[in-house]
Design a protein around this ligand. Structure first.
Ligand code: NAP
Length: 284
């Protein structure tokens, strides 16, 4: 008989990462006398985005780092957002900049992402960071994909040679996680809204990454027995993209929602900000 599925506990992993980061922030403070800061830029009042920004501020506080919040009105233009980013690029205390996705439709999100200085692009969203990450060159990676890879590594889930199916191709999640899985030698298929016979494609997967943004979208009968389920979805009511209550029993391991990918995403953002601060302090 097969072993029961393992729950990949993102909260536990995030705690371990944060304990390490707390020590590293203290070391930066000791050397420079300055507390490094992560800046978040929020455009509009999307309730989920407001919550994400608050969670990131809380995480900064837990590890002893400062956070700076820039809140811009929903009516902001691309130029308004670019001006805010430009100021943060020049601010000496700011070691990382995060533009909260999504921005209102009149704002050119990728242009704003590309304006973030590469050494402060701790969410790996600018096109240079993405290109470098894809080519396995030094770069900050997109936080959620980095968190997913951290979960797979920490729980000893083999990736090389396995079939990974990523559902979703957004620039912050689906596409970069597919590249990271490819760089880790998985055989990767990326699915999207135009994919034909999605259930048949997902049934091939040893590793399923759901990044769709539709509650309980992935059905239990799409899951191959023993597959690993990574649910990156975070829909209103703390509901993931996979019908985990019914799909997890078929899996060998799965990330819960909440408490799976979300907490590790935030700690990867913190980790990359600390690395940026260490570089500025001459400690890395
Ligand atoms: P997004 O930009 O809306 O992208 C959604 C993707 O899903 C698109 O590529 C879309 O395909 C695809 N899709 C939509 N309907 C589909 C269908 N019927 N069949 C197959 N694919 C379909 O979303 P996102 O920003 O990547 O976020 C995805 C989810 O992850 C959301 O629930 C979000 O809240 C969550 N998220 C979680 C974290 C975290 O830290 N846990 C971080 C970021 C996002 P097309 O490209 O063809 O439109």
């Amino acid at each position: 008989m097969r072993e029961p599925p393992v729950m990949l506990d993102g909260r536990l992993l995030a705690k371990e990462i944060e304990a390490d980061l707390t020590r590293r922030v203290a070391r930066i403070l000791e050397k420079t006398g300055e507390v490094p800061a992560l800046a978040t830029v929020l455009v509009g009042e999307d309730p989920a985005s407001v919550t994400y920004v608050r969670m990131k501020g809380n995480a900064c506080a837990r590890i002893g780092m400062a956070s700076r919040k820039v809140i811009l009105p929903d009516s902001s233009t691309t130029e308004d957002v670019l001006a805010a980013i430009d100021e943060l690029n020049r601010a000496p205390d700011v070691c990382g900049i995060l533009l909260q996705h999504p921005v209102p439709p009149q704002v050119d999100e990728q242009r704003c992402f590309n304006a973030i200085a590469r050494d402060k692009d701790v969410d790996g969203v600018n096109v240079e960071s993405f290109g470098a990450m894809t080519m396995k060159l030094p770069a900050f990676g997109s936080a959620t994909p980095m968190g997913i890879m951290e979960i797979l590594a920490r729980f000893d889930i083999p990736v090389a040679g396995r079939e990974a199916v990523v559902i979703g191709r957004s620039p912050i999640l689906g596409k970069p996680v597919a590249m990271l899985l490819l760089n880790a030698d998985a055989t990767v298929t990326i699915c999207h809204s135009r994919t034909r016979d999605l259930p048949a494609v997902v049934r091939r997967a040893d590793i399923v990454v759901a990044a769709v943004g539709k509650p309980l979208f992935v059905q239990p009968d799409w899951i191959k027995e023993g597959a690993v389920l990574i649910d990156a979805g975070y829909n209103p009511g703390n509901i993931g993209d996979i019908d985990l209550a019914n799909a997890a029993p078929r899996s060998s391991a799965y990330t819960p929602v909440p408490g799976g990918v979300g907490p590790v995403t935030i700690s990867m953002l913190m980790k990359q900000t600390v690395i940026s601060a260490e570089r500025r302090a001459g400690l890395a």
